[in-house]
Design a protein around this ligand. Structure first.
Ligand SMILES: [Zn+2]
Length: 466
């Protein structure tokens, strides 16, 4: 994929080490930045770069990484808020949507969802994918057909993806550690055992660096300690290790998970994952909500990422995780839209700080820059793209520009711009998005998919039976 040399002129840009700088000339060749120069007034841009120069009014950030997504949950938005409900009514509805999807309908839905993400400034998604098989658990002719639909969806929507191929083997844990069999829709998730999961994942055909294409790479996931028995985790860990691939797991999202795990193993979910060799600098603990002190030590000491999904954790009444403690112990934080209750990483970012304030009764736990780092640099690294997520020469050329002229952000200055965006922007304020040196969103319009709301509605309505 060759992209000619490009240049953008950002009114303001957030640069590593130097914060928000004015008049930043950003140059790229192919999919990499080649030069990033602040303090170049537009009138002083060299003539050679003037043709095709794109002006970026507002604050330009590196592309945003959505480190935890289940694309099909987007169909549940609103539907699960009608009337009252519990976690279980939400899950029932989620399974109902999962039971309907086939490779064609999932391609259409995911393409529209990833386009919505692009409009929200997301340039890279970690898709935690477990809907592998046909109803009843029968493999498709190509057992990775659903995965390929997701990879194609991200390619059509123009965003980078890490396909976190998820091992999901059991419906729960008995008190004695016996795995409960999968039932109903869950049968679509299961590969039988860890070795069979690894054999299927191998057939994805990643190269030795884990790449599936210029914008796609593989990762692995253990759904949770409830869904993967301890004795079945090793093949997943070994497979991820062979590719140097990210390895993600849901960890202690709800108290019931901790109770089942303690009853079965006499250990917390974090301890089980630590003992299985899952944790480490390529691993991500998703949610990490209900932890004890030892869990925080194990996660931080192993430099495991902690992916917080605050809008989902609020929607599902999961709780507020110990974000500050985790960061203090050594866990880089990342952010995910998870159930797609909303797709807005600014909202996820500020809720990390606001959740701490509500839980502690005190302000001032995270600076805006730390939250922006979770949404960019650390999010990308956790998905296996360590050279994305910074506006710096040599890095992957992904950008997102937030307009500062909306009613929400008007009045922001260079000094307040980053804090204004993190604490008050909405996804609707995203104006321009660049992925791999190519413009993907311009003036708030997706350049590859004309009518994103139309594509979402067309994909979702048949799934809801309305
Ligand atoms: Zn999840």
């Amino acid at each position: 994929m060759s992209t000619p040399a490009r240049a953008w002129h950002a009114e303001l840009a957030w640069l590593p080490g130097s914060g928000v700088r004015p008049d930043v000339l950003i140059e790229a060749s192919g999919d990499r930045f080649t030069a990033v120069t602040p303090d170049v007034p537009a009138a002083d841009v060299p003539d050679a770069l003037r043709a095709g120069l794109v002006r970026l009014p507002g604050l330009t950030l590196p592309g945003l990484a959505n480190a935890h997504s289940h694309a099909f949950h987007r169909a549940l938005r609103g539907a699960t808020q009608v009337g009252l409900g519990t976690f279980w009514t939400w899950r029932e509805r989620m399974y109902q949507v999962a039971s309907e999807l086939d490779p064609d309908s999932y391609l259409a839905l995911a393409r529209a969802v990833y386009a919505e993400m692009a409009l929200a400034g997301v340039t890279c998604v970690g898709e935690f994918h477990y809907l592998h098989h046909q109803p009843g658990g029968v493999p498709f002719q190509d057992p990775n057909e659903m995965s390929r639909a997701l990879i194609e969806a991200a390619a059509q929507a123009g965003i980078r993806m890490t396909l976190l191929d998820t091992c999901y083997l059991a419906g729960g844990l008995g008190r004695d550690g016996t795995p409960q069999p999968l039932e109903g829709t869950q049968l679509r998730f299961g590969d039988g055992d860890g070795e069979a999961w690894a054999a299927r994942a191998e057939r994805l055909g990643a190269d030795k660096h884990g790449l599936l294409g210029p914008l796609a790479r593989v990762g692995a996931a253990i759904h949770s300690v409830r869904a993967v028995p301890l004795g079945q985790m090793h093949p997943v860990v070994a497979w991820a290790q062979r590719y140097g691939a990210p390895l993600h797991a849901h960890v202690s999202e709800q108290r019931a998970e901790n109770e089942a795990c303690l009853a079965a193993y006499r250990r917390t979910p974090t301890e089980v994952l630590y003992d299985a060799g899952v944790l480490g600098p390529r691993a991500t603990a998703v949610h990490a909500t209900h932890l004890v002190g030892r869990d925080v030590e194990l996660l931080g000491g192993s430099r495991t990422y902690a992916c917080l999904c605050p809008t989902t954790e609020a929607d599902l009444a999961d709780g507020i995780g110990p974000a500050r403690e985790l960061a203090g112990a050594g866990c880089p934080l990342t952010l995910g839209s998870d159930s797609q209750a909303v797709i807005d990483l600014f909202e996820e970012a500020r809720r990390v700080e606001l959740g701490e304030r509500l839980a502690s009764g005190q302000r001032g736990h995270f600076r805006a820059g730390e939250l922006a780092r979770a949404a960019t640099t650390d999010g990308h690294a956790s998905l296996g793209w360590p050279d994305a997520g910074e506006i710096a020469s040599g890095a992957i050329a992904d950008l997102v520009t937030v307009g500062l002229d909306s009613p929400r952000l008007a009045g922001a200055t260079r000094t307040t711009a980053l804090a204004s965006v993190v604490f008050a922007a909405s996804a609707a304020d995203v104006r321009h998005v660049v992925v791999g040196g190519r413009d993907l969103v311009a003036d708030g319009r997706h350049l590859l998919i004309d009518d994103v709301p139309g594509a979402l509605a067309a994909a979702i309505r048949p799934l809801l039976g309305t």
